[in-house]
Design a binder for this molecule. Structure first.
Ligand code: PMP
Length: 385
């Protein structure tokens, strides 16, 4: 089905931040599969873990114990401070689980009227019916009515959120850095204020860290960058480095609302996905990739700032760690295509923002090379307007 607007290139091999197409042409990948291959393509530790697990056992079922799942849950608990985990297969599914858990917890505690989830303008939470309803962007929702009941949208403003919280509100769901909405960090002050507001109102705070999680912002979880512990966190993308896996983490008291039979997934937390996740989490520590992400993120942001200083059509460079964006005064799609012609893969985030997501182990040399390609594309775009 024709549901993707695909660029005219097919890749057959990857290594680190390099990709090769069918003709053998080489590209630098600053999309990381959209924040998925955070360790780069064909990371040897992940490849070895997958080989070993594939030769041993691919799947049983969540009807039985899965020791690897327990190990990954324990590791995520240690890293996040959120002791309970539920595993699924994608970001949308993780958010579905979070929405269900927030409602279940709130309804057990306060009664059946508690069901409403507040989300922010320009948010993106997925494409399933509940998560596309949570996503506050009309273009993703058009033609799918009726959407799910029990969602409301608010401005990124604490006073507006306070006003929007009503009797039925059970949670606020936000991305700490809005990804698809234009690489927009919500900032420590806003997120800390939101935490205080949710506590004062007795409602849950859910962070969608599908894009920001697993090292992308320079910490293992974006919330650690901002010093805020949410009640529920969702993860996917980078957790499997290319193997489909999603997760929801939660505080003990909240997670207790799920009892056997409350929720489930056939493939969620299967041994192959867990072998990948375990290798990813270990490699990030062993290779000190969070420090590299911070350092390279600063370097990339600095280079983008300089470009923005040089060209008036580039309005702003912004981001956190290795989730960086460059805001244009015009549609970004032509610049993405020009970069591709020069061998650099980058993304749009919304209509006007260029998004760069190098792997966490990107080197200064590759960053330099990518920026040179971007500079050429930017210079060309400047003359074509
Ligand atoms: N939440 C956020 C913040 C995302 O960026 C995305 C994907 N871009 C999703 C949820 C949906 O994830 P998936 O495509 O794995 O369902």
């Amino acid at each position: 089905m024709n549901t993707y607007s695909r660029l005219p290139v097919a890749f057959v091999k990857g290594e680190g931040c390099r990709l090769w197409d069918e003709q053998g042409c080489e590209y630098i990948d600053f999309t990381s599969g959209i924040a998925v291959t955070n360790l780069g393509h064909a990371h040897p530790k992940v490849t070895a873990a997958l080989h070993e697990q594939a030769g041993m056992l691919l799947h049983t079922s969540n009807l039985y114990q899965i020791p690897l799942q327990e190990q990954v849950a324990a590791k995520l608990a240690e890293l996040s401070g959120l002791p309970k985990a539920f595993f699924c297969n994608s970001g949308a599914e993780a958010n579905e689980a979070a929405i269900k858990l927030a409602r279940k917890y709130s309804q057990l505690r306060f009664g059946p009227h508690k069901h409403e989830i507040l989300t922010l303008h320009d948010s993106f939470h997925g494409r399933t019916l509940a998560t596309v309803t949570a996503t506050c962007k009309p273009k993703f929702q058009e033609g799918f009515a009726p959407l799910m009941p029990g969602f409301a949208y608010v401005q990124k403003d604490l006073a507006a959120i306070e006003q929007a919280i009503g009797e039925a509100t059970c949670a606020v769901l936000v991305e700490p850095v809005q990804g698809e909405g234009g690489v927009l960090p919500l900032g420590a002050e806003f997120l800390q204020g939101l935490r205080e507001l949710c506590d004062a109102k007795g409602i849950l705070l859910i962070f969608d860290e599908v894009q920001t999680g697993i090292g992308r912002t320079g910490k293992m979880f974006g919330f650690q960058t901002y010093g805020v512990l949410p009640d529920i966190v969702t993860l996917a993308k980078g957790l499997g480095n290319g193997v489909p896996v999603g997760a929801m983490l939660a505080k003990e008291e909240v997670a207790a609302a799920f009892t056997p039979g409350s929720h489930g997934s056939t493939f969620g937390g299967n041994p192959l996905a867990m072998a990948a996740a375990q290798a990813v989490l270990e490699a990030i520590e062993e290779e000190d990739l969070l420090s590299n992400a911070v350092q390279m993120g600063e370097e990339l942001n600095g280079r983008l700032q300089r470009l923005a200083d040089d060209y008036s059509f580039l309005l702003e460079a912004r981001g956190q760690g290795l989730l960086q964006g460059l805001v244009l005064d015009r549609p970004v799609a032509p610049l993405v295509s020009k970069c591709l012609e020069y061998g650099l893969l980058v993304l749009s985030a919304g209509e006007h923002t260029l998004r760069l997501l190098p792997p966490l182990n990107v080197t200064s040399a590759d960053l330099h090379l990518a920026i040179k390609m971007l500079e050429k594309a930017v210079a060309e775009e400047a003359t074509s307007a």
